[in-house]
Design a protein around this ligand. Sequence first.
Ligand code: FDA
Length: 388
Amino acid sequence: MEFETAIIGAGAAGMMCAAHLEGRTLVVDHAKAAGEKIRISGGGRCNFTNLYTDAEAFISANPHFAKSALARYTQWDFIALVDAHKIAWHEKTLGQLFCDNSAKDIIAMLQSLMSTRGTDLRLNSTVRDVQKDGDHFTFTLQTPDKTHQVRAKNLVIATGGKSIPKMGATGWAYDIARQFGLPVTDIRPALVPFTFAEGRFAEISGVAVPSRVRADGPAFEEALLFTHRGLSGPAILQASSYWTEGATITVDIAPPDMYEALRTQRQDTGRRNFTTELSRHLPARLVDHLSGVFDLGGNLADWSDARLGALIDNLRQWELLPNGTEGYRTAEVTVGGVDTDALNARTMAAKNHPNLYFIGEAVDVTGWLGGYNFQWAWSSGMAAAQTM
Ligand code: FDA
């Protein structure tokens, strides 16, 4: 079989690329359906982009790499595409856009664009023995009923990262990159809950508080959730993308006005237990837990300004040492990937093999939580499509 372009991976980036390609295009995926991560994303409603998309919301060894693709196909372009297909959406919070109806609307849109272009989509199919033969790529394609030899001028690797192997995620993109001489950075699971030594927060599992959480990166102000196995919630997931094994995280759970409020309470209700008064600002179960970590003894009247201030400092800079993360099993994304030094930022083509492209999560560009990762898939997929 002869194609202009073969795309491996029918996820967000692969489908976006195929949907905008002229010429005979083959798309291969080993899963039984296309766009499975789109389908389950955003609780089934797909947080498909973020109004505030900008290169700062992405992690990469080269923070400038994503700029070109993000600027040439923006969140506004994708919103226009969604609007043109009459998919209703809403902003939930922090610029995050979700489908009103279902994530399946995004998959249907991409599939309809692909079928208009006559894309040959092969599901339940695998690729092996990828080789370069002169100007073309060749490989063996195993479809459910047959083995084919494929030749294509362009080869696009869109097989994503390693997150959620149960859904078909593999490290295949990294293997192909190495085979063709492109380096791959260290990778690790990201947007993932932290685990702590046995039972650390089990007694307060289910308690959620507004927080500000920081690992080795920016601080994220969102909810934090205590779980049986450790910590989760959006602030934690965001910080996890900047965390490396053995490092502590800093958690701030003190409401902004707590110091002044407690001083006022001291005048009115100073004879009550300090923990009772603290429970007006933090969930009672959390206060119980904190009394095992910090000295919260006595009545509020016993607490000097200095003692109150010291406690609040502690709650603002609570240093916690995770013993790990939940790993690729539940991580939403993979940090790291094909080294951007080896790719052309305008086209996503390998510098040493101009017809070999890497797009989407396979590349060392990882977005924050909130629709940024899909925007990268759309933008990088378009960058390649506009070049071929
Ligand atoms: P993606 O993973 O989408 O696609 C890769 C495809 O390649 C898959 O179809 C896979 O089966 C196939 N494949 C892999 N190896 C193969 C091989 N060897 N041979 C053939 N096929 C192979 N992001 C966001 O912006 N908003 C959100 O709401 C969410 N929500 C979310 C929820 C959950 C539970 C997860 C796990 C992830 C998210 N994400 C997200 C992240 C987002 O899903 C992710 O960044 C994009 O899907 C990446 O798009 P890609 O096309 O690069 O990979």
